[in-house]
Design a protein around this ligand. Sequence first.
Ligand SMILES: C[S@@+](CC[C@H](N)C(=O)[O-])C[C@H]1O[C@@H](n2cnc3c(N)ncnc32)[C@H](O)[C@@H]1O
Length: 243
Amino acid sequence: MPSPSSHSDNTIPKLPYLGARLRSLYQWIEAAQQTGAYDEIWDCCCDHGYLGIKILARELCQRVHFVDQIPHLITNLQQRLSYYPTGRYQTLAADASQLRFSDQQRHLIIIAGVGGENSVEILRQILPQHPEQSLDFLFCPATTQFDLREYLHEQRFALLHETMVTEKGRDYEVIGARWNSESSDLPQVSKTGNHWDLTNDVHHRYLTKLIKHYQRRTLGDKASEAQRILDIYQATWNNLTCP
Ligand SMILES: C[S@@+](CC[C@H](N)C(=O)[O-])C[C@H]1O[C@@H](n2cnc3c(N)ncnc32)[C@H](O)[C@@H]1O
């Protein structure tokens, strides 16, 4: 992994505009940091780094880590970050699955804007390295949310937060979840979500779309896997309509 950037520049940078999706993540983090929940925040798969930059600029934690596997994105980001004190952030051109987290700090690890399957691949490598340590994650998968949810459920992640956000006509799930939770007060992350309210237009539209999606997939290859997932969503829908 490359070493953290170390140059500085005095020009005050313009804060990036956050769209509704990243704003929703930011607002949850801002609320969590009112009680100083996290020392270190990891903007994994950061791309342009907009979310991490806002967290850094607002001094929401001790250190922000920007991680992306594409080196030139990280080089561009380093130039953008040069105004900020180097001790407040770190940039890494790395695969997020290779990250390891010190047990001396409380970490929030953001994995947003990548598919659910990719998020699971990252987790599969990270979690075995932290068998006892509690780690908090904030997810906003771009696709295949079920794969991520099912994995979180199987790994007994505790649910911290879940909501929906709509940006440019697309609906996204936001899921905050804790690995190795010691609290029995928190519910487990469910395979389809605990927060559905079919009187809410967004929830209704989103679940309808998901069910139609898996119905279509039962006609293609991997039909039995699609049917398995469809049955789970259908049961959720039925519980909501005829509890
Ligand atoms: C669409 S951008 C998401 C940017 C931002 N997180 C967001 O939610 O808007 C996806 C980024 O994830 C990065 N990425 C995908 N898999 C990764 C991995 N395993 N480790 C690090 N970066 C990854 C890609 O290089 C790309 O820049």
